[in-house]
Design a protein around this ligand. Structure first.
Ligand SMILES: C[S@@+](CC[C@H](N)C(=O)[O-])C[C@H]1O[C@@H](n2cnc3c(N)ncnc32)[C@H](O)[C@@H]1O
Length: 245
């Protein structure tokens, strides 16, 4: 099992084409982000830059992407060479990042769920907080800790299987198995309770935080029907979070 994206970088990139990513994940993320025009933005765990490029295209002024995986950053830089957008990519561990600037927005899709302990989560949140201007926002998409275990299998029809080998408790590994174009690959992240997340946001000094239930795009309903998405809306595998400094 891996949390190392060097081996699955190409396949992870392809998985962004899954309808759940487009119609639920991306739709929710951009709704939370709002207008990006003129904003400075730090994208943590940016992967190969799928969202990072979209932030720049949507008008963000300065965009930096950070990821721990050299392979992911290599793919991001290749794309930057093909289609220059003036995005800077850095190989780095968010646990060790420190202050690299002062941004209007720090964003991340699927970063915090790599924290295995509350101490690691706190460290990540500290490194997010120090990179924000006062009043700046941290906006993220994350594994939904509150999704009932019994509903994990309902995600299968969206091309995503979540599974665990033990009861959910702090630090339990969650395996994600994704099927795309007939190829199946897996990676792991970790369960921490919603109250541990809230504790970390408060401890580092965020003034406010909000959980955002996933939203479904009108195109998603037209293309697949409301019924197809109902399990995803009833038992969301992912959740949005917004914190204000
Ligand atoms: C599920 S992928 C998401 C990539 C991208 N945000 C997206 O949505 O396409 C998770 C990413 O987190 C990165 N990652 C995991 N732990 C990290 C850490 N401590 N610091 C920086 N990146 C990390 C992995 O290398 C991987 O690229």
């Amino acid at each position: 099992m891996t949390t190392d994206y060097n081996n699955i970088a190409q396949w992870y990139k392809k998985s962004k084409e899954l309808p759940i990513r487009l119609h639920v994940e991306a739709y929710t993320y951009f709704n939370m982000l709002g207008d990006l025009a003129g904003k400075s933005l730090l994208d943590l765990a940016c992967g190969e830059g799928f969202y990072t490029r979209q932030f720049k295209r949507k008008g963000a002024l300065r965009v930096i992407g950070v990821d721990i995986s050299e392979k992911m950053i290599e793919l991001a830089r290749q794309q930057e060479t093909k289609e220059p957008l003036s995005i800077e990519y850095i190989v780095g561990d968010v646990l060790e990042l420190g202050e690299i600037g002062s941004f209007n927005l720090v964003v991340a899709s699927y970063l915090l769920n790599y924290s295995q302990t509350k101490e690691q989560l706190l460290k990540m949140c500290q490194n997010i907080f120090v990179n924000l201007k006062p009043g700046g926002r941290f906006v993220t998409i994350n594994n939904n800790s509150e999704q009932p275990l019994e509903s994990y299998l309902t995600c299968e029809k969206y091309g995503l299987i979540k599974s665990v080998d033990e009861p959910l408790q702090e630090g339990t590994p969650i395996t994600y198995t994704i099927s795309v174009d007939g190829k199946t690959f897996s990676f792991e992240n970790y369960y921490l309770s919603a109250s541990t997340y809230e504790w970390a946001f408060q401890s580092v000094g965020f003034k406010e935080f909000r959980w955002h239930k996933p939203m479904l795009s009108p195109d998603g309903v037209r293309e697949f029907s409301q019924e197809f998405w109902q399990d995803c809306l009833n038992y969301p595998p992912l959740i949005g979070i917004e914190c204000i400094k």
